[in-house]
Design a protein around this ligand. Sequence first.
Ligand SMILES: Nc1ncnc2c1ncn2[C@@H]1O[C@H](COP(=O)(O)OP(=O)(O)OP(=O)(O)O)[C@@H](O)[C@H]1O
Ligand SMILES: [Mg+2]
Length: 317
Amino acid sequence: MLIKTENLTMTYKNGFTAVKNLSLNVAEGDIFGFLGPNGAGKTTTIRMLTGLLKPSSGKVFVNELDVASNENEVKKIIGVVPESHGYYNWMTSVEYLSYFAELFGKDKSKYTKHIEYLLEKVGLSDKKKVPIGHYSRGMKQRLGIAKSLINNPKIIFLDEPTLGLDPIGQKDIQNLIFEINKVMNVTVFITSHLLKDIEVLCNKVSIVQNGELIEQGSIKELQDKYSENETIKLKTSDNIKVYQFLKENKMFTGLELKDDNIYIYVNKACNNNLLNEAKHYIVEKLFVNSIDIHEIGKVETTIEDIFFKLTDKKVRN
Ligand SMILES: Nc1ncnc2c1ncn2[C@@H]1O[C@H](COP(=O)(O)OP(=O)(O)OP(=O)(O)O)[C@@H](O)[C@H]1O
Ligand SMILES: [Mg+2]
């Protein structure tokens, strides 16, 4: 495991426990989504994982090193994009990245090329001579990601990297994260409230609330676990008539007419083939009645559905 925590707990000076007995495992190569409502303890956890905050109890291992006693070694192999960062607005991106390269003790002859490479990757090559103060929020965020990669880390931590970005900016960051993970082979630990992005990006997620882990697994595992029903989405030339037909059949556990579609629920527990049987039944029934099918497909449970289901149950603090 590249990151492993054991019963990680953080009680702040005022007595408030923001993280409770958290045990996480992040494997090399993962894009690991760390989810939870506001105040769940995500930033607190990232600060402990990156050695910025000393846990009240419990342990953090990064690349098998105990962070508490190997802070400097750990800093060499991680990169961090914090929730909010201060920039030196008068600097250009090259000056800014050079400053951090030197902090890592890199030689100028070596880092110059690396900075060119990183600026190209984050799409800022043409803004090299522009002071950071003139950058848009999206550009600053991409520069922050370049900064997190300056030491060729094994893992980067991104705390809400798309916060405040427009949809294009969000997509840029998403593509960039894929590239960092797949091309540069960097493991990614990310928090985000954009659950649709998390679903596309992450191979594994953990959900926390009130400082406690409430669920974890791969997206597929969670989808299987939290969908009691298989759902078929159907659009036809006469939805009302079809709805009436289908209502007569006991094969379905539920039917809903919503936004120009019919949602048909089939109990998953009954039999694995029921979904196919249901589809065949529908297609045949509509054919016999000369009703056109405009669309038919299976609807997957989303991470958003699961997130609401889990976090609604508990009282928010
Ligand atoms: N220095 C501090 N002293 C006391 N309490 C704190 C401190 N920092 C954070 N907290 C509290 O700890 C809890 C967790 O905060 P944290 O910032 O880790 O949450 P988060 O999951 O990152 O939330 P968000 O999604 O809003 O960024 C919150 O209730 C917060 O008020
Ligand atoms: Mg936070």
